[in-house]
Design a protein around this ligand. Sequence first.
Ligand SMILES: Cc1ncc(COP(=O)(O)O)c(C=O)c1O
Length: 464
Amino acid sequence: MWSPDLQTSDGPIYVRLAAALERDIRSGLLGTGSRLPTLKELAATLGVTPGTVNRAYELARRRGLVEGEVGRGTFVRGHGEKTAIASLAPQVAVQPEIPSEWVDLSIVKPNMAIQEPYVRSAMLELAQSPTLMDMLDYTPDGGHPLHRQAGAVWMHHTGLSAKAEQVLLTAGAQHGLLVAVSALTKPGDLVLCESLCYPGVASVVLSLGRRLRGVRLDEQGMDPTCLRDACRQERPAMVICIATCQNPTTSVMSAARRSEIAEIAREFDVILVDDDLYGFLAPTPVPPLASFAPERTLYLTSLSKSVASTVRLGYLHCPPEWLARLAASVRTSIWMVSPLAAQLATNLINSGKAYEMAQAQRAEAQARQIMARELLGQYEYRSLPTAFHIWLKLPSQWTSGDQFATLARGHQLLLSGGDAFSVNRDGDGRQYVRIALMAAGREQMRFVLTKLSGLLETPDSAWL
Ligand SMILES: Cc1ncc(COP(=O)(O)O)c(C=O)c1O
């Protein structure tokens, strides 16, 4: 009978058992089709409950390593190694090079014409400033104290009463997610997020060997009843939430919903990550999720959408006892955020220019949303009056967002099909496309949306 070695990995027994199973399949000790011991047999050998073995088998099944039927037993799947590796692979495709005449509506980015004059003058100012010399040196892991102070000022704009000494710098929100998951969870831990979610979350969680499960959404974002059930059944280590302008659905949680999510996190002792880089797009001010459970929430923001994506600057705010671990994770991943970029951002924030830029982006988004309503208003879609994108349900002649995106590519338009956002890979986003509205100039966008409206009418057979 198979005798797993549980000593070579950490964590709860069921996680170690699943890891041992994966190791023995990869090493060839357990070949394709091998029958695994029954729950009772293995439980007796290991001195654990059958429930523990069941959880391990279930985890291995989700990783594509084993399959089974009630009454017949559990068997090693063919190509177990390949599927196991695939389950850890990032879900974000490498960005292909885009020909300059194409319009990229697949990335939610801010309008560049707004950024350009501000960034240009901030760079000139920095080049001539006597502080430049200081910015050529290494900084502490979490960032220079003045840069952390600027991060706290920035967070005040989205309603978080942040303390500079609890702020760390990251190279954008994606890096913030990486730092959060790697520092605060262990391999094999379960992380929850919305069932339709920005694919960068899956990319981080799965590539670090954590498990990911999507929690159903309603019109306000993560559904508290489903979250409570998932916490009760599966004991996640972390819940990642996009509470304002959820990507891709654009939902915004009310204050009451935020308070409920925070309560559940408290009840089940779960770490919350409040990914708030769209906080500045809230139609009316609403306190950040982090403010409802500051003792267990890592708040993440960045300047990528509000100020400039390529400054690559993000900030996180966390309880003091997590700082050392998170700073170590910043050091491990990138050593430190570029002090030059951080100084540029600090100057923009302290001069009030960053806030001005964010307001200008918001106003531009508002104009684009009005245009979208005018040109695509006959279709069903979700958005906010200030969102940078819409989440559009395709008319019934389309069987998938990917299919429509393929058609659009033929017209030099890049779009994201909804399957890319489906965390549980159950097709719940299949009928959707996400259309980013800020990429091109207004007139070009008018042309593009008119073209998309025509393509949406194209019958399926024409595409075939
Ligand atoms: C919800 C969410 N989190 C994080 C990120 C990554 O942002 P950044 O460009 O700051 O790394 C994005 C980017 O689109 C996002 O939509």
